[in-house]
Design a binder for this molecule. Structure first.
Ligand code: ADP
Length: 186
């Protein structure tokens, strides 16, 4: 039975996924699960995971799957994720997307929908430099965009081929993007 709503937010760094995921999470009353946030928290607390992940995050590389997959599985099994969730930053490569599909088959109650927020590169770089997070320096941003093209773009094709992808123009005012997203996920 498909009773839960599983939303997967895709889009390059700086596309506004995090902000929009947060808005929609409030609106739909389902948790916003950001792997980037989870990793930054683990790094701040210097947990075992945080210590292993730090160098990758600082360089703009993907953290190895084996560090993240268990974490995601645990998070999706938490009580607040029972009726749905918004994933932000996961899956970021095809093996992660396949892992998620297997996991959801086990949970057997989610209709998944992937949403691609489209924003041109020049806009992204400006936005990220303005944001100024520790990994928002020019070299790391450039690397994150490369990694996005290499590893995450194929995830878009993965969902597109299964007819599970919607694309939304993310290069508009925040509220306008939110409005469109609400109709797309309704
Ligand atoms: P952004 O999308 O703006 O680059 P995120 O907060 O989503 O930022 O991610 C920050 C960093 O965390 C990434 O550059 C990467 O190092 C790591 N990361 C986040 N999610 C994943 C993931 N699913 N797989 C591997 N690494 C990840």
């Amino acid at each position: 039975m498909n009773t839960g709503k599983g939303l997967i937010f895709l889009g390059p760094p700086g596309s506004g996924k995090g902000t929009q995921a947060q808005e929609l999470s409030k609106e739909l009353n389902i948790p916003h699960i950001s792997t980037g946030e989870m990793l930054r928290e683990a790094i701040a607390k210097q947990t075992a995971l945080g210590q292993k992940a730090q160098a990758y995050v600082d360089k703009g590389e993907l953290v190895p799957d084996e560090l993240l997959l268990g974490l995601i599985e645990e998070r999706l099994n938490e009580e607040d994720a029972e009726n749905g969730w918004i994933l932000d930053g996961f899956p970021r490569n095809v093996p992660q997307a396949e892992f998620l599909d297997q996991l959801l088959q086990k949970l057997d109650k989610f209709s998944e929908q992937a949403i691609n927020l489209e924003v041109p590169d020049e806009v992204i770089i400006d936005r990220l430099l303005l944001r100024g997070r520790k990994d928002d320096n020019e070299a790391t941003i450039r690397r994150r965009l490369e990694v996005y093209r290499e590893k995450t773009q194929p995830v878009l094709d993965y969902y597109r081929q299964q007819d599970r992808l919607s694309s939304v123009d993310g290069n508009r005012k925040l509220q306008e993007v939110t409005k469109t997203l609400k109709t797309v996920v309704a």
